[in-house]
Ligand binder design. Structure first.
Ligand SMILES: C[S@@+](CC[C@H](N)C(=O)[O-])C[C@H]1O[C@@H](n2cnc3c(N)ncnc32)[C@H](O)[C@@H]1O
Length: 223
């Protein structure tokens, strides 16, 4: 099946997958995603102010922020957010202002509420990535940024072939290896209220890609 024909993951499949992941998530994914998390949080700290993290998970990223920011985290998975709440209750993260169970497709925040929206290892897992990105843009203040970090589809070579092969089974485990960058770029081009300002591989291994969009005044998109 060509990569553009792969189905987006089902919301309930993700909820079930992360209910299972929650107890072991930190031990397993903490080290694996460390460089990506740090790069995204550093980029978010450069923006500063009020930051919304979608798919905040167990709150592993709290260690990468500081009191120059105010963090609000949401996640669709109750067991993951329960762990983030426990982490926040340690008292070490006074800058974490709120944690809620919420679907990133329907953010319960007013327009222009945040300076920055961060999505670490989540945009490839949602049922409708374009809708989630539009929700992120809606809750951003003018000039605010969407910062994403993820493994994206390798597009060629053996890695791409393996990712295509794994794609079908991976969704039920809450993973998605075959999501192409082109889809993120196409969203920005069609949305009209966001521009791509950065796309770079995260050092040292370049396995993850960091992508930044800036909120701009909505342009009228030609029909
Ligand atoms: C791979 S984990 C990443 C967690 C965290 N950002 C990190 O880097 O450790 C993906 C997270 O996205 C959440 N998620 C999946 N679909 C979501 C949705 N539609 N809305 C909000 N969160 C979602 C999952 O529950 C899970 O906690």
């Amino acid at each position: 099946m060509p990569v553009h024909a792969q189905r987006d993951p089902d919301k309930h499949v993700m909820e079930n997958a992360y209910a299972k992941w929650a107890p072991i998530y930190d031990a397993l994914c903490g080290p694996i995603f460390l460089n990506g998390r740090r790069a995204a949080a550093q980029a978010a700290r450069n923006v500063g102010g009020q930051i919304l993290e979608i798919g905040v998970g167990t709150g592993l990223s709290f260690d990468d922020y500081d009191a120059s920011t105010e963090i609000t985290g949401i996640d669709i998975s109750e067991p993951m957010i329960a762990r983030a709440r426990l982490r926040a209750a340690s008292g070490r993260y006074s800058f974490v202002k709120g944690l809620a169970v919420m679907d990133a497709h329907d953010l319960r925040y007013a327009d222009a509420s945040f300076d920055c929206v961060v999505g670490q290892f989540v945009i490839t897992l949602v049922a409708d990535p374009e809708r989630v990105l539009s929700e992120c843009a809606r809750v951003l203040k003018p000039d605010g940024q969407i910062i994403l970090v993820n493994h994206l589809y390798s597009e060629r070579g053996i890695a791409a072939a393996v990712e295509r092969l794994l794609a079908q089974k991976a969704h039920s485990f809450g993973l998605r290896p075959e999501f192409p960058f082109a889809r993120l770029a196409a969203w920005a081009a069609n949305h009209g209220g966001a521009e791509l300002i950065e796309r770079r591989k995260v050092k040292p291994f370049g396995v993850y890609t960091l992508v930044r969009f800036r909120r701009i005044e909505q342009q009228r998109v030609a029909a």
